[in-house]
Structure formats: structure tokens, C-alpha cells
Design a protein. Structure first.
Length: 427
């Protein structure tokens, strides 16, 4: 959505040193201003270094992570241009002694070499850095919304508008121009024409609702977004914006219900924030109770973790941290999880069905760290799986989450109701 209005309920969470010489908020503002100036001068490597230093000191600062993503996107686009200068997509073939193309073992060797060259492309290196930063953002901060969305866009969202006819594309393009010129009624008309020309066009449906939402015609926005949800049920964005439209119209119960549906589909950080806003307006406020992680989530492919050396520092928990136990847990059930992290043949070791939840269970059994108190409370109430999978969701265990959510939609709703009760009881 071109313009999204969030109710920002979470204040800036900063790790403040008792001996800091400067007020943390002032320091952050000064350094973010410095980053902006570096961007304006196109000194992107220096901007990255400045942001990395800032985030090392204040890792929960979501806007810092999102700014780092902005810079990484610029670097990625520059790297794509460099790819073209270096020759674009490279192909490798093996030839026999007579000069003809060889097959079999030589062909396999050529494929391996092509894969290696692909990994060395500037755009691939830049993309890997961008995605790793987004993953790190989501283990440290609960408000790095754009980083969380970017992970969903890259790893989960299905491609859209790949086979739209020329007439629909032209109407859509006309609508975009009219929107940018603030001719909103004409933009809506062009989007409707695009939909009539090709009902499969996703963005025209989404942007039609966007026009209505932007001009505060909330009832029309609701109808447009409902049609987008029906036409593209595999996409989260229409649900997200439908919740916004209900919220704008003051229909808070439906805003909340729709936000629940969107979170169950994919609990990115921005959607969890929307859900909390809608819950508060619908008079059953709750807190997600997400905590910062000490390490990246464990992978079912343990042997592959050492391949990406850039990740290694973020897979080793600090000495004495409860996350040492979390990382250790996987070794206790070797041979009992598949490539998706689903457990089987586990016997009496655990009743959990997911590698991620088991690792938390093991960590709780070994550590009394106060940061884990709410997780422990949810374990006692029988909702550790929901706490881990939803409140502490991370893209790295999406395969496990997808399996969990598919069979536990009502249980997730019950979990949110439990969070609301916990919040009410704490007053």
C-alpha cells in the first residue's frame, strides 16, 4: 500500500549504557542523520558501516535495521548493473578433444562451475548480505517491519501478474500515472478497466482499494480489498489492507478478525503490530511478549550451517547465555527430524512436533534466565508452541510454522485470547 498509517504503540527500545556520555535518543538521531548525509553523497559502504556500528550498540532499534535494508537495496540494484557490465548471465559448457560439447561427467562439472560463478556474481553477494541483515534484524528487534516484510516477499510470496494481457497492463500503467498526478477518481477508473480487461491482475485490485483507502472512502476500500482477497487468497497483502480499511471505518471487530487471519497466514512483525492495534481498539488489548534471540534459529541442515561463514558469528551463543542450551538441543534428537524440521520417532524425549519448539523446551529445562519467564508461563499453560511459533516467529523456521498453522488455526486464535486475558489480569 502506497500510504500506510500505523498506530505506533511500541516506543523506541534501546540498550542504554549507564556510562553513556550522550542521551541515547539524541545519539541515535545524530547518527541516523549522518547516515542520511552519507546516502545523499552516495557513500553507501560508509553508510552501512555507520549503521552496523549503531545497531551493534542498539540492536533493538527497528528503524535502524530498516534503514540498513534501504541502503542494501541500493547496493543490490547497483550490483545488478555491474552484473551486466561483467557479461550478464554466464554459461559454461565442457568440450571434448574434437571441440564438440561433452555430456555426462564433464557436463556435471560444467554445471558445478556455473553454480560457483553464479555465487560470485556481484548481485548474488549483495542479495545474500541484504537477506542476512533482514534475518539478523528479526532476531534482535520486534519493530524492524520492513526487514520482516522483505523476507516474506523474497521467500514466501507467490509471483503475481506474470501473464497479464497487454490491454490490462496499459490500463494499469495509466492508473499509476493518474495516481501520481493525484487524479484519484481517474486512477480508480483505470484500475477498474484493468480488472475488466484481465480479472487476474493482482496489483490493479490492490491499488483500487488503495485509492479508496487513501481518499478515506473506507466502505469502497473494504469492498475492493474483499474482492482482492477472494481473487488472490494465497497473498497476505489484501488481508493486511482489508484490516486497515475496517480499522479506518471504525469496524474494529472485523479489523481484528481480519488481522488474525493475516497473522495466521504469515506473522511478520508489521502484521503483529497491526493485530495488537486492532485488539486494543476492539477492547481486548494484549502484548506479543516477543524477546530478542541470542542466535539465529537452528536449521534442520546442520552440516550446511558452516558453509555460510557470514552467518557463523550469529550461530554461536554468548558464553553463559541460555541460548547455548537452545543451540545444544538439536544434538539431542539427531535422526528424529526431517528437512522441514518436523519431528518423528521421538519416543519419550518430547511431545513436541517441531524442532524449533523442542529447542525452546530444552532451553527452558536448563535455564532459569528471567528473560524466559513468559515463555515458561506459556509452557505451563500448554501454549509454548504458539508462543514460539507466533510471538517469536522467524523466517528461518517458516516451513515448521506453515505446518503448525495449517492444523492449529483455532489454537492460534485461542492463544491471542489467552494473551488478552494475561494482559487484563496484570492490570
Amino acid at each position: 500500500m502506497k500510504t500506510i498509517f500505523f498506530t505506533v504503540y511500541a516506543l523506541l527500545a534501546l540498550s542504554i549504557s549507564a556510562t553513556a556520555a550522550k542521551d541515547p535518543e539524541a545519539e541515535v538521531a545524530d547518527r541516523m542523520s549522518k547516515v542520511t548525509k552519507l546516502q545523499e553523497k552516495e557513500k553507501y559502504d560508509e553508510a552501512v558501516t555507520e549503521l552496523q556500528d549503531l545497531l551493534a550498540k542498539y540492536p533493538r532499534y527497528g528503524k535502524g535495521w530498516d534503514k540498513l535494508l534501504d541502503v542494501r537495496i541500493i547496493q543490490y540494484n547497483q550490483a545488478r548493473q555491474l552484473d551486466k557490465l561483467l557479461g550478464g548471465n554466464m554459461t559454461v559448457t565442457s568440450k571434448s578433444k574434437d571441440g564438440s560439447e561433452a555430456a555426462g561427467a564433464n557436463d556435471s562439472l560444467a554445471n558445478s562451475l556455473a553454480g560457483l560463478l553464479s555465487d560470485l556474481k556481484p548481485s548474488k553477494i549483495a542479495l545474500d548480505k541484504m537477506l542476512l541483515d533482514c534475518r539478523l534484524a528479526c532476531i534482535n528487534s520486534g519493530s524492524a517491519w520492513n526487514c520482516s516484510i522483505r523476507l516474506r516477499n523474497y521467500y514466501v510470496d507467490a509471483p503475481t501478474d506474470t501473464n497479464i494481457n497487454r490491454e490490462a497492463r496499459q490500463f494499469f500503467s495509466d492508473g499509476e500515472e493518474e495516481f501520481m498526478s493525484r487524479n484519484y477518481n481517474k486512477a480508480a477508473e483505470d484500475y477498474r478497466k484493468a480488472i475488466a480487461a484481465d480479472p487476474n491482475i493482482y496489483r490493479a485490485r490492490l491499488y483500487l482499494g488503495d485509492v479508496y483507502y487513501f481518499t478515506k472512502r473506507y466502505n469502497e476500500a473494504i469492498e475492493a480489498f474483499r474482492e482482492a482477497v477472494a481473487a488472490h487468497p494465497e497473498q497476505q497483502e489484501p488481508l493486511k489492507y482489508l484490516s486497515d480499511a475496517y480499522y479506518g471505518a471504525g469496524v474494529y471487530d472485523k479489523a481484528y478478525k481480519t488481522a488474525e487471519d493475516a497473522v495466521i497466514m504469515y506473522p511478520d512483525l508489521s502484521m503483529l503490530a497491526k493485530l495488537a492495534d486492532a485488539a486494543e481498539s476492539d477492547k481486548h488489548a494484549f502484548v506479543i511478549h516477543r524477546i530478542a534471540r541470542g542466535v539465529l534459529p537452528v536449521s534442520p541442515f546442520a552440516a550446511l550451517e558452516s558453509v555460510n561463514t557470514d552467518e557463523m558469528p550469529y550461530r554461536r551463543a554468548a558464553k553463559g547465555s541460555p541460548w547455548e542450551y537452545y543451540s545444544e538441543a538439536r544434538s539431542k534428537i539427531v535422526g528424529h527430524y526431517d528437512e522441514h524440521g518436523l519431528l518423528s520417532g521421538i519416543g519419550d524425549i518430547t511431545r513436541q512436533r517441531y524442532l524449533e519448539v523442542y529447542c525452546w523446551e530444552y532451553m527452558l529445562s536448563k535455564s532459569q534466565d528471567p528473560d524466559l519467564n513468559f515463555a515458561r508461563k506459556m509452557q505451563e499453560k500448554g501454549f509454548l508452541d504458539c508462543y514460539v511459533m507466533v510471538s517469536c516467529f522467524h523466517q528461518d523456521f517458516y516451513d515448521q510454522y506453515r505446518q503448525f498453522a495449517e492444523g492449529n488455526k483455532q489454537r492460534i486464535r485461542d492463544y491471542f485470547a489467552l494473551l488478552a486475558k494475561e494482559q487484563e489480569d496484570s492490570k
